[in-house]
Design a protein around this ligand. Structure first.
Ligand code: SF4
Ligand code: SF4
Length: 460
């Protein structure tokens, strides 16, 4: 497989390395659904008073991962559809200690590894674990083959790992020790940036001596940090019953919080970035924090679109979504462009960058493009330029999959290996015809999973 071409994604609105703590909210709006989780089993009643860390709801399809109360307050169930609202918040209210739950998702044999894994579920840290091959929530009772821990988060505008570690390096290294204690003999691959930074040197120094730790350096180009791509490059192919776990920086910090301090994971780091944010930065927030309050007075004038996640893989937040979802890693805000532009379909001009070197922008020195919601002109048919194939980290042919989706049967789409797409979105970004290749492939994967293999949906 040839190496994908590097795309220098220079976009305006990168969050600065500063972390601001949001003021305590008066009310929290906790969505009952996040990227991978559906908290459909309610555990509280209307009007009930809850403590910090108390279980509000659970996801019965994902090992009863709980939605925890980030603050003490009064429960309102019917105020906002698909949300649990917490009123009269008291930040320093009582915090629950670790209580063993009824459902146990690890073996009844109560060895220390199983006790720890169950504790991670109960106190909200298991939601930070991923199956490296499909990004689903891994089964805590199944032994992993290896663990990938990545400090790199390269998708534009998401919360960066180095910012999160900066003031918590001790917690991070202690978290890594805990990860080791959850395993028997498996290797932990620690992903660090290829370029040497003070922080990566410090992380390396502290983990030297871990018997089962291996450092892997990767280039700092998106999507070299993609966990599925990394697993494949390490030769850890998908195998039934032998998963590869993956953790990001916030996951390691969450493990440390639970296993060193028995505290529930209720606060998290997010980013607020994108060209429509006046001063992009990182924030310490919590699930349910009112989105309206997060962005208040921080955005430029005019209509905007708020995206849950990064600019390539995130999803637009709808008007019905009031609070920060449980798995949110950042908010990206783009200006909504309504004006039509002359010759915009060519994506030419000196103010916009293009993967093609036939536009004016290739004569200018590197500059940060101000991305908007506009695709600048009409969608066009594929012009067979091959840019999408050049950049694809999965080594597949996006234009061929796109063509097969239109002309072939579902079985044909499977044959051209849509399953290998890791959903990075780079093909859609470079496509001069502005085809939403990623969106089509993610949807096709779900349809194939459901209709050809009778398996439930997994969100990318
Ligand atoms: S979204 Fe899929 S097809 Fe497109 S570049 Fe990424 S991995 Fe390749
Ligand atoms: S980048 Fe777009 S236009 Fe070019 S080959 Fe791929 S799908 Fe076709």
């Amino acid at each position: 497989m040839k190496s994908p071409a590097i795309v220098d994604i220079l976009l305006e609105g990168r969050p600065a390395g500063t972390i601001e703590t949001l003021p305590e909210p008066q009310q929290l709006y906790l969505p009952l659904q996040s990227k991978r989780l559906k908290f459909s089993e309610l555990c509280v009643e209307e009007g009930q008073q809850v403590s910090i860390g108390q279980i509000l709801a659970k996801d019965p399809d994902n090992f009863s991962i709980p939605l925890l109360a980030p603050r003490a307050g009064g429960v309102r169930l019917s105020e906002v559809e698909n949300h649990i609202v917490l009123q009269n918040i008291t930040p320093d209210g009582e915090q629950v200690r670790h209580i063993k739950h009824k459902e146990v998702h690890v073996s009844a044999d109560a060895n220390s590894v199983n006790i720890k894994r169950q504790k991670l579920i109960d106190l909200g840290a298991w939601q930070f674990f991923y199956d490296a091959h499909d990004m689903s929530v891994p089964d805590p009772s199944v032994e992993p083959r290896a663990v990938i821990v990545s400090t790199l988060h390269l998708e534009p505008f998401t919360a960066r790992g180095n910012v999160q570690i900066k003031e918590h390096i001790i917690n991070f290294t202690r978290g890594l020790e805990h990860v080791q204690s959850l395993l028997e003999y498996q290797t932990i691959y620690l992903i660090l940036p290829e370029i040497q930074t003070e922080l990566s040197e410090e992380v390396q120094k502290t983990i030297r001596g871990y018997a089962r730790g291996k450092i892997i350096k990767v280039p700092i180009w998106y999507p070299c940090d993609n966990l599925t791509v990394i697993a494949r490059k390490l030769g850890l192919q998908k195998e039934k019953g032998s998963p590869v776990w993956a953790l990001l920086t916030e996951g390691v910090l969450a493990i440390e919080k639970v296993l060193s301090h028995s505290q529930p994971c209720v606060d998290r780091f997010i980013s607020l970035g994108g060209p429509a944010v006046k001063l992009p930065l990182h924030l310490k927030a919590m699930a349910g924090y009112p989105i309206e309050k997060i962005v208040q007075e921080r955005l430029v004038d005019g209509p905007v679109r708020i995206i849950n996640g990064g600019v390539f893989t995130g999803q637009a937040i709808t008007e019905e979504q009031k609070g920060l979802p449980a798995e949110c890693s950042g908010l990206t805000v783009l200006r909504v462009e309504t004006e039509r532009e002359l010759l915009s379909f060519t994506r030419g001009g000196s103010d916009r960058r293009s993967y093609s070197n036939s536009y004016l922008s290739c004569l200018a020195s590197p500059f940060r493009e101000r991305l908007t919601t506009a695709i600048r002109g009409e969608l066009r048919p594929c012009v067979a330029c091959g840019f999408c194939e050049d950049v694809c980290p999965a080594g597949i042919m996006p234009y061929l999959i796109h063509k097969t989706l239109y002309e072939g049967e579902l079985e044909d789409v499977e044959l051209v290996r849509v399953d290998l797409c890791v959903g990075c979105g780079l093909c859609s970004f470079v496509c001069p015809s502005k085809i939403d290749l990623r969106g089509q492939f993610v949807e096709a994967q779900e349809v194939i999973r459901r209709e050809l293999h009778g398996r439930p949906e997994v969100q990318a």
